[in-house]
Design a protein around this ligand. Structure first.
Ligand code: SF4
Ligand code: SF4
Length: 284
């Protein structure tokens, strides 16, 4: 099933993909380029919102304090709302959802429906398209690696090797290492979220501790149950982590539901033509 982006009929889909994901990606990868935050280890300066300060206990202290405050804030949200951070904010997840064609071209996942439709119509372009997609994926990994490196070194140091100057070893090492990590994460896709991500593990452990008072998740609305689904499998097809949204309240957090709401939109989509509302909703 292909769910088109429409802000009123598919609110979760629209807000996630068209607003929150792009905003979070820009903030995460471009904070140094926008002058919001940099810790330049070469010039030994820290930059907050366009203002540079020399390294000192006082200028650096906000970084660990801010980090732990953020961890506590995410933990508090997770306690109430489950893995909502994964579904809405996490840059790895946003990139994973935007790069399905890359894994499709490598044969790791099925191709996205829209790309596959084009390839079915013109099989002759399959190989060139796949090669182009892989090259774009590699370029994306390198580009993001450079943006991340900018958190700790400035552009002249990062790009020195492209201007006929001797390359700074740290910049070369950083680009290579970050590109490799990015490529690894891109290839793993959502498997990383389900099996490797430390935050995901911590969240699952938290859900276990919460026991009978689990965080928000997906469930049937009111008296609805699986009988109301008939032969439909719309929500199963759309779930980005390939779990069954209809049973997530029973086994939810351990299967990785991250409260993205895509299944709610999908259910509205299949029910709308017969004049009914969707039967899935968030539990709180
Ligand atoms: S079950 Fe629904 S809310 Fe949970 S991850 Fe899948 S689509 Fe998103
Ligand atoms: S989309 Fe709605 S009707 Fe279809 S299987 Fe899922 S819950 Fe049932």
């Amino acid at each position: 099933m292909r769910i088109p982006i429409h802000p009123t009929q598919y609110p979760y889909h629209f807000w996630r993909r068209a607003v929150v994901h792009p905003l979070c990606l820009v903030l995460f990868f471009c904070a140094p380029a926008l002058g919001l935050l940099r810790v330049d280890v070469v010039s030994q300066q820290v930059v907050y919102v366009g203002q540079a300060y020399p390294f000192s206990w006082w200028s650096l202290a906000p970084i660990p304090i801010g980090f732990y405050a953020l961890v506590l804030a995410i933990a508090a949200v997770t306690w109430q709302k489950g893995r909502v951070f994964c579904g809405w904010v996490c840059p790895h997840n946003s990139l994973t959802e935007a790069t399905r064609a890359f894994r499709g071209a490598l044969g790791i996942e099925p191709m996205p429906h829209n790309v596959q439709r084009v390839l079915n119509r013109a099989p002759a372009i399959t190989v060139p398209v796949k090669i182009a997609v892989v090259l774009v994926g590699l370029g994306l990994c390198w580009g993001l690696a450079v943006l991340l490196l900018h958190y700790v070194v400035d552009w002249p140091v990062i790009l020195g090797d492209f201007k006929g100057q001797p390359a700074h070893p740290a910049a070369l090492l950083g680009q290579g290492l970050l590109t490799f990590i990015g490529l690894f994460a891109l290839c793993m896709g959502h498997l990383f979220c389900k099996t490797t991500c430390p935050y995901g593990m911590a969240q699952s452990a938290m859900a276990f501790v919460q026991g009978k008072h689990p965080p928000m998740t997906i469930a049937y609305q009111g008296d609805a149950d699986q009988q109301a689904c008939g032969t439909c499998t719309g929500c199963l097809q759309i779930c980005p982590v390939t779990i069954d949204p209809r049973a997530v309240d029973k086994v939810g957090e351990f299967k990785g539901c991250w409260n993205c709401g895509e299944c709610i939109d999908a259910c509205h989509t299949v029910k709308a033509p017969v004049g009914k509302q969707g039967i899935l909703a968030f539990t709180q």
